[in-house]
Every structure is written in C-alpha cells, then in structure tokens.
Design a protein around this ligand. Structure first.
Ligand code: PHE
Length: 349
C-alpha cells in the first residue's frame, strides 16, 4: 500500500502548485468560490482520495489520512487568506496622503437672483409679502383687466409673445408669455380683499431684439398695496425708503409724471446718477438721472375688474426691472452678460 501513500504525496505537490496558479487568477469572492469547489468539492481529487482511505487497513490508513487532512487544512487556509485579500483590497489607486488636497468648488446664486433677494429684503420690513404668478398668462390678466384697451399698441404681437396653443378659457382670451408682472396684481385682488401688501418677483418676456439694454426675457419685481386709505404720499414714502435701502441713504429720488393704463396718476422714479451726482455723464446719458421703475395709484378700472368697490379702496403699484437695477448697482453695461453663462462674469458676484 506504499503505492497509495505515494499517490497522496504526488497529489499534494500537484494540488499546491495548481492552487496557486488558479488563485492568482481569481479576483473576486465568486471566482475564489469556484476554485474552492474544484479543490475541496465532493468530486475533487482530494475528497476522492479521502473516500478511498476506508478501503485500506488501519496501519496504512493513518499516515495517508494524516497527510490528506494536513493538505486539506492547508488548502482551506489558503482560500480564506486569498478571500480576505480580495475583500479588503482598496478600490482605485493607492491613497497618497502627501498629495495636495483638491478644493471643493463652492457654488453661488446668479447675480439676478441675488438682486431679487436684495430688492425683496428691502421691501419685506415694510410689511410686503411675496407672491408669484404664472409666466404663461391669459390676455385678460396681462391686458384687459389692467385697463389696456384692445387697440393699445402693446397688445400687438410685436410686443408680446402669443402662444399657438388654444386657450383653455376663451373668456380670458388667448395665451401669451406675460410681458410684465402686473397681471399678478389682478390675480391676487380677484382672490383676496384689502388690506393687501404684496411683492411679486418673476420672469417677463418681450420680443425685443437683443442689444446691450434689451433681452427677450428679463425679470421684474412688482409691488401692490391696497387699503381703505392709501395715498400718493404712502407711495412716495415706501419707494423713497426702498431706494435708500438699496442704493444708499444719501440717494436723491425724483418722481417724474408718466403714463400707464393701469395707474392714475402715474410716475417714473429716477435716482440721481451716482457717477456724476446729477451733473450729467455717459452713465446717465447726460441727464443726471437714472430711471429705475414705474409706479402710480391703482386705476379705478382695475379695481372694477376685480370686483372691488371703487369708492372704498385706494392703492398704489410699482414695477421695476431687476437686471436694470443690478446693472446700476454693479456698473454692468450689457444686459446680455447675465444670460451668457460665462463664468468669468458670473464668478465676480
Ligand atoms: N408694468 C409696468 C411695466 O412693465 C411697470 C409698472 C408696474 C408701472 C406697476 C406702474 C405700476 O413696465
């Protein structure tokens, strides 16, 4: 039976060799399991040899059995070892703690958004609440309810983007992209009774060709205050307070008579040019003043449209262009810079 012992010895050499070759190629726990089945599974040469042991007398069985069990334990160890290696292997390149760190790029708000926040923060302490309205609007809210008659030039498609989509409510006219934030005045007054103090930030659209001061999309902030008694003095008080918060306490303002269909009387608010202090320069087009918003007392026809009792309420409204204010505050000379996504520009804010 020296033969059997010899074949065990031979098996030992072969298996140890072969195990290393196959383990070198096994890189996952699954692959290692396949190797285990091959070397320790029921059909493996090692287990087959162990089974044959029974056929030999005890004196021969002992040394061969001892050898086989040592071999089996060695293979088991080797498999566990390799599995540990695979499971604890670091993913990716080795960690070099001496490399300089990579900085996290910190994002920030777009300058237009920052300006909207600044405008709103100046108005919230005066008791205004923030409201928003849809950018896709009915002709009724954008024009009719705001006392803009059908033959008014701004109703021509030249000044407004009309949508091809059929209107879901023919009584409210066609659908369009709102050309100002004033329609939100009407939407809010339709739903709520005075007293009201609201500010409305949002996007507006006009089919103007792009140039340094025009964009087909820009932002406005609208304001509306309605109560039983609200006078032009209140309007002036609120807007002068607002302008000083925004542009500095020493800023001079001027209310210049103007026309808007939805306010009467109406005015445009100018601030003294910060560059020339009113003397006239290239920033203000030699006027000494910069226009920053439109405003006025809410027109009785607007109150009628929303079902308010005209004799019982008074109110004022104002509307300003956000990009224009951001340009004045930061000395930006081209509105297109806001929308080109050039980081060299955006990173300055
Ligand atoms: N809606 C006007 C505009 O687009 C601005 C405005 C708002 C004027 C409120 C008066 C009152 O230009």
């Amino acid at each position: 039976m020296g033969d059997f012992f010899q074949s065990v010895e031979q098996l030992k050499g072969e298996l140890e060799n072969e195990l290393e070759i196959q383990l070198a190629q096994a890189n996952t726990a699954g692959e290692i399991e396949l190797v285990r089945v091959k070397f320790l599974g029921r059909k493996s040469p090692l287990i087959q040899h162990l089974k044959q042991l029974a056929e030999f007398p005890p004196d021969q069985r002992a040394p061969a059995g001892k050898e086989l069990n040592i071999l089996k334990t060695a293979i088991e160890h080797r498999l566990v070892e390799k599995k540990q290696q695979v499971l604890t292997r670091p993913q990716g390149p080795p960690l070099d703690v001496t490399l300089p760190g990579s900085a996290v790029v910190q994002g920030r708000l777009h300058p237009v958004t920052q300006t909207i926040h600044t405008i709103l923060s100046a108005l919230l302490p005066l008791g205004f609440e923030i409201v928003e309205g849809p950018e896709t609007e009915f002709e009724y809210y954008n024009f009719d309810a705001l006392n803009i008659p059908r033959d008014h030039p701004s109703r021509e498609s030249f000044d407004t983007f009309f949508l091809d989509q059929p209107s879901p409510d023919s009584k409210k006219g066609r659908l369009l992209l709102r050309s100002h934030t004033s329609p939100v005045q009407v939407r809010v007054m339709e739903r709520r009774k005075p007293p009201l103090r609201i500010v409305v930030p949002g996007k507006v659209y006009r089919p103007d060709p792009l140039d340094p001061s025009h964009s087909f999309m820009f932002h406005q902030v609208e304001g509306l205050m309605v109560d039983e008694r609200t006078s032009f003095a209140d309007l002036k008080g609120v807007l002068e307070r607002f302008v000083r918060t925004l542009f500095g306490e020493g800023t001079r303002t001027r209310f210049r008579p103007h026309y808007f269909p939805f306010t009467e009387p109406s005015a445009e608010v100018d601030i003294a040019c910060a560059t020339c202090q009113g003397a006239g320069c290239s920033t203000c087009g030699r006027k000494g003043w910069l226009e920053i918003m439109g405003c006025g007392m809410v027109h009785p026809n607007v109150f009628k449209a929303v079902g308010y009792e005209v004799r019982r309420v008074q109110g004022f409204a104002f509307g300003m262009g956000v990009e224009r204010i951001a340009m004045l505050k930061h000395g930006i000379t081209d509105i297109r810079l806001f929308f080109e996504n050039d980081l060299r520009f955006l990173e300055q804010f």
